[in-house]
Design a protein around this ligand. Structure first.
Ligand SMILES: O=C(O)[C@@H](CO)OP(=O)(O)O
Ligand SMILES: [Mn+2]
Ligand SMILES: [Mn+2]
Length: 583
């Protein structure tokens, strides 16, 4: 699809997002003034490259810190600029709206904070509050699905772990209890095993815990069972329409009750299927009764709740469950259900229309302000992270704010492989696109996400992650070189940690081994701080990081970038990280 506007073309490789101009939102004062104040001393019109290295935290140098092991001459040279041009910022826990300081960062909350310039209570926290207060059962969404409890089945679909990135087991346990206390007579749980936000192999324990809870419900007369399962990267939880086959495998097991593997017991299913795949990529299975009949296909009159609070890997299933006209795969049978998401996953598409907990209302993001102040923006990544620099960046909205002022370019990611097979991914293509956008002088801001450290880090393959970090560093160099050529400014940061620490450690930081003496590989994100570096010939002399924002985090980056565009951020934004001192 391509669109014209100001001579800009939208070279979107697929018809992503619905471009529409969003009128200024009415703030509490009734009227939002989109006009940003001029910065007292910093100039306008500098081309700014804003680079987000996904999964790039800061940790002690050792053999399991892939960023340390990899040759990363560009990132190393930026680090020399400390403390005036390089510092660390927080990217986990409360700094990004998560419930506790034990919560690792993630792309959703990270890019929300980077784009919004403020800290919003995120899905995990909002669901905790709604469950604790009971409000989750008083809302429209729960009332809507509870209509099915008398005659139908309540189906719960989502990621089964305590990772807290997409879902959390204790929330599912509370929802099961709450729904059965409010009339649910028949419940089926369709699980997705994790092994990405939590240790690989932990799926067995989570399934055992869930089975215990369901057994208790059965003792209280509720017909509660696990009905299907599969690994999150292979079944259901694809994102940004990279591979609809992932969603179809889930649809077949969850809705149709069909899968290549049939078991009568979910723990046995996971243990058996783990012989040929890890938790992330477990083959789809259905649970059958003694007559080999699936115990829980989704039928007319049933209720469905997708219990992930995070949007990106639920949106595709939500479309398949909610949309009458849908052509991404053959659904074979489309049950007449009452479907509610744990949250509404897309505020622009209003998808799903029914949901149990209201999502964070992220308004007045930096992207929206900047288009109203003549800042022309280019955003690019490859598919697996495309929505991070657009959807999440813009406050969970799938469109752009002003197609005359913005161009979003997606580079198709590899499909059907694990990224340790191609650890360079599309880093260099992203670097080239950003370089061309910078040299074209058509944009004031060129924003990219370089996924390698995170996507390859999640595979747990240390050697491949080292290659990944090197490729990411090369892409950064390509972009900062282009900035040198146009007299621009670069801002290089990250959304959370991952590649800097690839093993589980004890309290004193020693790597842990499992009972067979194997290293416990960490595929997940971390709670580590992330770097932010500024530089380039366009950076005014005397600009440096302030030393009075010690707890600065990702939400402080937006005001910082607005300053570099020559503006002062709105007063309710987290404070800027920089000061301009005259020598
Ligand atoms: O892959 C994902 O969905 C998450 C981890 O669960 O990673 P990120 O937040 O970096 O997208
Ligand atoms: Mn990320
Ligand atoms: Mn990740």
């Amino acid at each position: 699809m391509s669109r014209q506007g100001l001579g800009l073309t939208y070279t979107l490789t697929s018809n992503k997002g619905n471009f529409q101009h969003i009128p200024p939102t009415m703030g509490s004062s009734g009227q939002v003034s989109w006009k940003l104040e001029d910065h007292p001393s910093l100039p306008k019109g500098k081309t700014i490259a804003l680079i987000v290295l996904d999964g790039w935290g800061e940790y002690e140098p050792d053999e399991y810190n892939c960023i340390h092991v990899a040759q990363t001459p560009t990132m190393d040279s930026l680090k020399q600029g400390a403390p005036d041009k390089w510092r660390l910022i927080r990217a986990h826990g409360k700094a990004v709206g998560l419930p506790t300081e034990d919560d690792m960062g993630n792309s959703e909350v990270g890019h929300n904070a980077l784009g919004a310039g403020r800290i919003f209570a995120q899905g995990a926290k909002l669901v905790d509050l709604a469950l604790a207060s009971g409000k989750i059962y008083e809302g429209e969404g729960f009332k809507y699905i509870s209509e099915c409890f008398e005659k139908g089945t309540l189906h719960l679909i989502g990621l089964l772990s305590d990772g807290g990135v997409h879902s959390r087991l204790d929330q599912v346990q509370l929802l099961l209890k709450g729904a059965s206390e409010r009339g649910a007579k028949r419940i089926r749980v369709h699980i997705l095993t994790d092994g990405r936000d939590v240790l690989d192999g932990s799926s067995v324990g989570f399934v055992e815990t869930l089975e215990n809870d369901l057994a208790k419900l059965r003792e209280n007369g509720v017909d509660a069972r696990i009905a299907s399962g599969g690994g999150r990267m292979y079944v259901t939880m694809d994102r940004y329409e990279n591979d609809w086959d992932v969603v179809k495998r889930g649809w077949d097991a969850q809705v149709l009750g069909e899968a290549p593997h049939k078991f009568t017991n979910a723990v046995e299913a996971v243990k058996k299927l783990r012989e040929s795949a890890n938790d992330q990529y477990l083959a789809p299975f259905v649970i059958v009764d003694e007559n080999q009949k699936a115990v829980g296909p989704i039928l007319d009159g049933d209720a469905v709740v997708t219990f992930n609070f995070r949007a990106d890997r639920m949106v595709m299933l939500a479309k398949a469950l909610e949309y009458q006209d849908f052509d991404k795969f053959d659904r074979v049978r489309v049950p007449k259900i009452r479907y509610a998401g744990m949250l509404q996953y897309d505020g622009e598409l209003k998808l799903p229309s029914q949901y149990l907990v209201s999502p964070p209302e992220i308004d007045r993001t930096s992207g929206e302000y900047l288009v109203h102040n003549d800042v022309r923006t280019f955003a690019c990544s490859e598919t697996v992270k495309f929505g991070h620099v657009t959807f999440f960046w813009n406050g969970n909205r799938s469109g752009c704010f002003n197609p005359e002022m913005e161009e979003y370019v997606e580079i198709p990611s590899d499909v059907g492989i694990t990224f340790n097979v191609q650890p360079k991914m599309k880093a260099l293509e992203i670097g080239e696109k950003a370089r061309d956008a910078i040299l074209s002088r058509k944009f004031d801001q060129v924003r990219v996400n370089i996924p390698n450290g995170d996507m390859v880090g999640h595979t747990g393959d240390i050697q491949a992650t080292v290659v990944a970090c090197k490729a990411a560093d090369e892409a950064v160099k390509m972009i900062t070189d282009a900035i040198e050529q146009v007299g621009g400014i670069y801002v290089v940061t990250a959304d959370h940690g991952n590649a800097e620490d690839m093993v589980k450690r004890n309290k004193s930081g020693q790597p842990l081994h499992d009972k067979n003496g194997n290293l416990q590989i960490l595929t997940s994100h971390t709670c580590q701080p992330v770097p932010i570096a500024i530089g380039g010939p366009g950076l005014a002399a005397g600009v440096r990081f302030r030393n009075d924002v010690p707890d600065g985090g990702l939400a402080n980056v937006a005001a910082t970038v607005m300053n570099l565009h020559g503006y002062v951020a709105p007063s309710d934004y987290e404070p800027t990280l920089i000061e301009a001192v005259n020598n």
